[in-house]
Design a protein around this ligand. Structure first.
Ligand SMILES: *[C@@H]1O[C@H](CO)[C@@H](O)[C@H](O)[C@H]1NC(C)=O
Ligand SMILES: *[C@@H]1O[C@H](CO)[C@@H](O)[C@H](O)[C@H]1NC(C)=O
Ligand SMILES: *[C@@H]1O[C@H](CO)[C@@H](O)[C@H](O)[C@H]1NC(C)=O
Length: 411
């Protein structure tokens, strides 16, 4: 393992639990980045939780399983009556939040909807379940479910529109992308990633040449349309022993839990936690709050980048953008065609004069050049890896003389 891919325990999470959905590709990319950064013994343990019946192989340099295969399970079961209670665990939004003008997280009046059933509390609770599993107090089937939820929710939490309730996280904000009628949420869930997949440089369609990676990437890929994206993110993002990547100097900081200002009232505080269990004052430390600290920073993007285009609230777009007609509740054919990045694009449709176009140099162009989406996916992946390494790395058997320290959050 290359040393730059590693970081000592930067943050302490004592009972971390800690976001509606990146499209399938986004979630699977996050899971793949995480898997690449798992210690091999941890990957084995995670796979044995996910696939209790399977005989896991560690032969042939192949990983025992691929986390990306379960990354969208939580979306698939949401409509199932048994799991309907989880629907609100994919996001969180504050009553006073109104990007791009006002970003409240949560602000004076707290969270909207179910106060303690949101993505922050869900990450916390899933982590607690897995921690209890390591202590032997939770049964394997509960751990399997918690693992699948955690892999998904950590991805959701890194999609800025999952952290605002305005227009259902942008689902009700009509825009166009490359002339295709869609909504703001779908642009972030799917269009931006699909565009990146369509335009990836040729040299990432095959394994990186020897010497361009000292970390095993290939065995964790499984021949998907986003493999080139992961290679590029690893090479240009995390860098190698020889070249600095875009994230090289910052990603260790991603694992810190920034100190928090204590909210003025207990009720608000409880809401921030999204978690009833922490009532003891002595537990008022940053470690218990990491999902919140991370999400608070990510949420700011809605106002600061801004992810929520200001133009949507100004003439001539403000009227059509939020009209209540549900003509666009279903994905359109145009939209489906664009999102299937393996299909060549047809001719760009006629522009819609009433809707704001987001595939412009000022919007999508800036997102591409600043690696905004790549950074969010990498952040989610590395945090997931650190969390799982923190939960399952057996410190006793860890040989610090021969192994460099993997990303880890100590729990
Ligand atoms: C987390 O667990 C607590 C305690 O069981 C529960 O009250 C809360 O609703 C749960 N939150 C989520 C998001 O599951
Ligand atoms: C792939 O090509 C891009 C330019 O198109 C270059 O910046 C990048 O370094 C190349 N990657 C590798 C692994 O050679
Ligand atoms: C750790 O690695 C060193 C160097 O190979 C070896 O001497 C030592 O016995 C190992 N320790 C354990 C606990 O395996």
């Amino acid at each position: 393992m290359r040393s730059t891919s590693t970081v000592a325990a930067a943050a302490v999470l004592s009972a971390l639990p800690a976001a509606l959905a990146w499209g399938a590709a986004g979630h699977e990319i996050v899971a793949t980045i995480a898997q690449i950064h798992l210690h091999p013994t941890v990957l084995y343990e995670v796979c044995s939780i996910l696939y209790p019946e399977a005989e896991l192989s560690t032969q042939d340099g192949q990983p025992p399983c691929h986390l990306s295969r379960v990354a969208t399970w939580a979306d698939q079961v949401r409509m199932n009556p048994k799991y309907r209670y989880t629907a609100s665990m994919h996001y969180v939004g504050a009553v006073d939040d109104h990007p791009s003008q006002t970003c409240a997280f949560p602000g004076e009046r707290g969270w909207a909807g179910h106060t303690d059933v949101n993505v922050l509390g869900a990450v916390r609770n899933m982590t607690t379940i897995l921690e209890d599993y390591t202590l032997g107090t939770v049964d394997p089937s509960q751990a399997e479910e918690a693992m699948k939820f955690l892999i998904h929710y950590l991805g959701d939490m890194h999609m800025p529109l999952h952290l605002t309730g305005r227009e259902r996280g942008g689902n009700g904000a009509k825009v166009t992308f490359d002339g295709r009628m869609t909504n703001l949420h779908s642009v972030w869930d799917g269009f931006l990633i699909a565009q990146a997949l369509r335009t990836i440089p040729e040299n990432y369609t095959q394994a990186l040449p020897a010497g361009k990676s000292t970390i095993d990437i290939e065995s964790h890929l499984r021949g998907t349309i986003y493999d080139p994206y992961v290679r590029r993110l690893m090479y240009e993002g995390f860098g190698t022993d020889l070249i600095l990547g875009r994230f090289s100097s910052e990603y260790t900081d991603w694992l810190a839990c920034p100190p928090l200002e204590r909210p003025s009232t207990w009720d608000t505080f409880q809401e921030i936690l999204g978690f009833q269990r922490v009532k003891d004052e002595t537990k008022w430390d940053d470690d218990a709050l990491c999902p919140y600290s991370w999400a608070k920073e990510l949420h700011k993007l809605n106002c600061e980048f801004p992810v929520w285009p200001r133009e949507l609230d100004q003439p001539p777009y403000s009227h059509a953008a939020y009209s209540t007609s549900d003509e666009h509740e279903e994905h359109t054919h145009d939209e489906e065609a664009y999102l299937d990045a393996s299909n060549p694009l047809g001719r760009r449709p006629q522009p819609h004069p009433d809707l704001f176009e987001l595939d412009t140099p000022e919007y999508a162009g800036r997102i591409r050049s600043q690696w905004i989406v790549e950074r969010l996916l990498a952040m989610a992946g590395i945090r997931l890896a650190a969390l799982l390494n923190g939960l399952f790395l057996d410190v006793e058997s860890f040989n610090s003389t021969t192994e460099s320290t993997p990303v880890v959050l100590s729990l």
